[in-house]
Design a protein around this ligand. Structure first.
Ligand code: R5P
Length: 295
């Protein structure tokens, strides 16, 4: 066996895809809680001289981290040659600076925690802004899978005459790439964050594209307030109901329903986080990233 796939908190279809692409086998992992809430981990498949590939969703990460950490360290102790983490969504990346005195720079702290347990990381479009590259954070070899081709392809197949809108300057890296691949124009709004659940969005003059269908693109939807404010402005300016597409859909606190209620025509994300809106499949791209890492 060259690769053993351990599905910690991952999507079963993604784990199977990775097993197929890496010529590996889905391995037996027992995870449960002791009565006191502590985590029990047992890897039943021998790992000697195999690469252990841990697949884990990491939305709502706090409860998932301890099982992942224990599994990664156990895999190493049990003789795995290398330990690779496949985390389609990488959390904690937005707190990438100390915005107020005394704050933790969570992106760096989280990277240190993961980096101490694994030899490599494959993830999809992490939120990189003030820290420009993932390898600045992860000493472990990392590979970023880009969702832009899948997003562009999906929009081309579903939305006639799109006009892509990035809701803030940080989204330009994704919006511009998707627009180029879909061969459609784009505009970038500006956003002022007033709190965890309050943002102000302002749009440039895009009146010349009023006949097009707006497609708001962002790397993630959390509370959806960023998208909701952008939808409201577009509707107020006389545009058709906007489509909302994002790489990662966290959809906290009823965000999905709130976004539709605000007037979005449809809300779609990649399947990096499990949700009914996660219709854009990036499993093949992730599996290719894993194959590349293993080489
Ligand atoms: C931040 O810059 C991100 O790219 C997203 O715009 C943000 O996290 C979305 O958050 P929310 O859905 O809570 O407005």
């Amino acid at each position: 066996m060259s690769a053993a796939i351990l599905n910690v908190h991952g999507d079963a279809a993604l784990a199977a895809h990775i097993a197929h692409a890496s010529d590996g086998i889905l391995s037996e992992l027992e995870l449960r809680n002791f009565p006191d809430g502590e985590t029990y981990v047992r890897i039943a498949t021998p790992l000697t001289d195999a690469d252990a590939i841990l697949v884990s969703a990491l939305d709502r990460p706090n409860e998932k981290m301890m099982p992942l950490w224990l599994t990664a360290l156990a895999a190493k102790e049990l003789g795995a040659r290398r330990v690779l983490l496949v985390a389609p969504y990488l959390p904690y990346m937005r707190q990438d600076a100390r915005f107020h005195a005394g704050e933790a720079v969570s992106a760096r702290a989280f990277a240190r925690l993961i980096g101490a347990a694994v030899d490599g990381l494959v993830t999809v479009d992490p939120h990189l802004h003030r820290i420009a590259r993932l390898d600045e954070l992860f000493p472990a070899a990392s590979r970023v899978v880009h969702a832009a081709p899948a997003l562009a392809h999906w929009v081309q197949a579903h939305v006639p005459h799109p006009l892509f809108i990035g809701p803030d300057s940080e989204s330009e890296q994704w919006t511009a790439q998707v627009a180029e691949l879909a061969q459609a124009p784009f505009a970038i709004a500006s956003k002022r964050r007033l709190g965890d659940r309050r943002v102000e969005v302002s749009l440039p003059d895009i009146g010349c594209w009023r006949e097009r269908t707006p497609v708001i693109v962002d790397d993630m939807i959390s509370t959806a307030h960023t998208m909701i404010e952008t939808v409201k402005i577009l509707l107020a300016r006389g545009f058709a109901a906007p489509w909302c597409v994002a790489v990662h859909g966290l959809f906290v606190e009823g965000a999905y329903e709130a976004l539709l209620a605000a007037g979005a025509a449809r809300v779609v994300t990649c399947n990096t986080v499990a949700h009914p809106a996660a219709r854009i499949d990036v499993a093949a791209a992730i599996a290719a990233g894993v194959r590349g890492w293993l080489r």
